[in-house]
Write a protein that binds this ligand. Structure first.
Ligand code: PDD
Length: 279
C-alpha cells in the first residue's frame, strides 16, 4: 500500500509530492504541525488534534480557509486511500510560498500538507523494560504550547540523548522539568501521579490529556504541578506519554536509577488502561 500525500488539494504518492523552495516553512520554519496515529484503523482523538492545530495557527497568526470539519474529512480520506493497517498522519500548515522577507506576505495562500505513512510502532519489549532519559537545558523559545515547525532545540536534545545511550531528553528550565523533546513527562510520588502544568513551557499533549482523564476515572490521585529536577530523581516512578511513545516507563535519569530501576506498578496500570482505551 502506498505512502501518500495531500498538498493544497492534490493527492499523490509521497515520493513525488513537492512544495516550492520559497515555501516559508522551508525557509523560516514559519508554520505548525500535528502528528496523529490510528489504532485499528481509527484515527486517535482526531478532533482534539485538529483543535490543537487551529490553536497553534492562531498563535502564529495564520488563517486557513479549510474548516476543522474539512480537515477531518481530508484526514479520513487519506487514511482510507493509503490503506495501511495502521497509519501515521502528519499535518503541516505553513504561511505559504513567497519571496523571502521576514514580514508576513500579503494575499498568499497557506500551504497545507498531509502525509500518510505506514506506522511502525515501538517494539513491545521497550514498554516492559523501560527507557533511560537525560536532562538538558531548555533553550527553546517562550511559546512551547505552539506545535511549531521550529524543532532544532528538540532535535539537538534528542540526538544528544541517543548519543548518550538514552531514549529521550527532558527539558529543564529554571530548575524545573517540563517535557521531553517529543513527549510529555509524568512522575509518581507515593500515591500521587504528577505532570507539569500546561502553559508556555510545554505542549499540551493529547496523550497527556487522555492519561490524566483515565487516571482520574480509575480513582488515582492525578495532579498538575511543577516538578524540580532534584525531585524527579526521588520519584518512585517516571513515565513519558505521546503519540509515538504512548505510556512509556522510564527507569534511569542521567545514569541514576529511578525507584527500583524497573517499570513501576502505577505506570503499568496506566499503560494497561491506555491500551484498553485504544484496543
Ligand atoms: N510530538 N511534547 C512535545 C514537545 C512533543 O513534540 C509531543 C509530540 C508531545 C506529546 O504530544 P501528543 O501526546 O499530542 O503526541 C509533547 C510528536 C509525536 C512529534 O513531534 O513527532
Amino acid at each position: 500500500m502506498p505512502n501518500i500525500a495531500y498538498v493544497n488539494g492534490r493527492w499523490g504518492h509521497l515520493a513525488s509530492a513537492s512544495v516550492s523552495v520559497e515555501d516559508r516553512g522551508f525557509q523560516f520554519g514559519d508554520g505548525v504541525y500535528e502528528l496523529i496515529r490510528t489504532y485499528h484503523g481509527t484515527v486517535f482523538h482526531l478532533q482534539e488534534h485538529i483543535k490543537r492545530l487551529y490553536e497553534s495557527l492562531k498563535q502564529i497568526e495564520i488563517s486557513i480557509k479549510e474548516t476543522p470539519l474539512r480537515l477531518e474529512q481530508i484526514v479520513q480520506s487519506g487514511v482510507k486511500k493509503s490503506g495501511h493497517s495502521e497509519t501515521k498522519i502528519y499535518i503541516q500548515v505553513t504561511r505559504g510560498a513567497a519571496p523571502r522577507l521576514h514580514s508576513f506576505p500579503k494575499g498568499v495562500r497557506p500551504t497545507l500538507v498531509m502525509t500518510f505513512r505506514k506506522l511502525d510502532p515501538l517494539s513491545p519489549k521497550i514498554f516492559n523494560k523501560g527507557v533511560a532519559i537525560i536532562s538538558v537545558e531548555d533553550i527553546r523559545w517562550g511559546l512551547c504550547n505552539v506545535k511549531s515547525l521550529n524543532l532544532l532545540p528538540n532535535l539537538l536534545a534528542r540526538e544528544h540523548a541517543l548519543r548518550s545511550g538514552a531514549f529521550e531528553a527532558i527539558f529543564v528550565r529554571d530548575r524545573f522539568v517540563w517535557e521531553g523533546a517529543g513527549s510529555n513527562l509524568f512522575a509518581v510520588f507515593g500515591k500521587k501521579v504528577v505532570t507539569p502544568p500546561v502553559g508556555h513551557y510545554l505542549l499540551s499533549g493529547i496523550t497527556r490529556e487522555v492519561v490524566l482523564a483515565l487516571g482520574k476515572k480509575m480513582g488515582l490521585k492525578m495532579s498538575e504541578a511543577k516538578i524540580s529536577l532534584a525531585a524527579l530523581y526521588r520519584a518512585d516512578e517516571v513515565f513519558l506519554t505521546g503519540t509515538t511513545v504512548e505510556v512509556l516507563p522510564v527507569i534511569r535519569l542521567n545514569e541514576k536509577q529511578i525507584g527500583d530501576g524497573r517499570s513501576g506498578t502505577m505506570t503499568a496500570r496506566l499503560y494497561e488502561a491506555f491500551q484498553n482505551e485504544v484496543s
